[in-house]
Write a protein that binds this ligand. Sequence first.
Ligand code: SF4
Length: 447
Amino acid sequence: MSTTAEPPVPNKPPLESQTTVGNYFVSNYPPFSFWKKEDVHEISTAMDRAPKNDTPLGVYCHIPFCRKRCHFCYFRVYTDKDSSAIKSYLDAMLSELEIYSKKPFIGGRKPSFVYFGGGTPSYLSSSQLHHLTEGMKSLLPWDEIKEVTFECEPGTLTEQKLRTIHEIGVTRLSLGVENFDDHILEINGRAHRGGEIDRAYGFAKEIGFEQINIDLIAGMLEETEANWQACVSKAIEMGPDSITIYQMEVPYNTTIYKRMKQEGKLAAPVADWETKRRWTDYAYNELEKNGYTVTSAYTAVKDSSRVTFEYRDQLWAGADLLSVGVASFGHIGGTHYQNHHDFDPYIEQLNEGSLPIYRALTPSDDERLIREFILQLKLGSVSLKYFTEKFGTNPAERFAEPLQRISDWGFLQIEGDSVNINREGLLQVDRLLHEFFLPEHRNARYA
Ligand code: SF4
């Protein structure tokens, strides 16, 4: 029997519908499951080398404490540490930074960005914050800093604490709002409520931070179309400098997944991927109507000439990231590393005077090219010339096959020097990035 239907584009990825368990977000390459304990010596070698030419240096500081564990959270967080345990942790991080500060890879460099992530950095008290940041600055001065980002949970922010956060030099305050509706916040296990968001945001505006970002999640438990639209309107009404939107994923280790397992369910009880993409698209369209510009798969900014993301842009272009704290991920002189993910062993190892590194991996030149290329694709556009000059390989040739495939699917175009991903592609960019992975890294569990 003959047919006039067009043949299907080969290998088109199945359009996922339900949200099943697993990590969707691609934050690094090669996948973490390939970083090995046996390769930890490689990071010691990397630290003993002088830095290459003008590689910028950033510092990531991990604060693993939270008031409550959110049901969608897969990070190692602690909700039961008292002030003396926190003090020991901060001192351990300062000892860790001190060890790094004396290594040849620093080569006289000063950090150009600092990022406080978590967990909840704003869980720390004002005196703990002064203690930590004064110690950090005495080891690696902040006088060449372009950006200091600080993640906050709105319910931990008093006016006085926000003043401290401003005084210590934070330039971007990032509020983990996620949703404005009290019921949705509660059902998802968030510690804060809508009133706390308004209060914290009001104080932050009054104090005058250089940039305020708010994070939203599309597709939380019990999220509806009407709720999402109300969240987008409220965010626009607040008018922060940038808005970051994540689509809800349900990794292993989350409370949501544990419940699914008990109930024998394969699909998570959250919106399907198509709905989450549609909601994110709705948000970007509304934000654009209100003067925002979409500058990456996850971010819209109010004034793109003023609002930059140093940590993101530098990291995605191969900066060194000196990372301290339990379970934190770093990158020094071409080698990836991750710290121990248990609190007591992390502190004990530093008390004994050694670095608490648990696994490492040195990507090959080709893997470094893949890493930078896929991370920069999240911006929506990459320059072929940049990669050809930096790696001596033209991505249009190296990635001819996946580029053609994604272009056939209708998500990408090469125009002159630029590889451009359209909005539809950007909304699902993380799953497209797997097309650039080496065969041995495909289908790897991303943890
Ligand atoms: S506030 Fe963030 S780090 Fe803390 S439990 Fe919730 S999602 Fe996890």
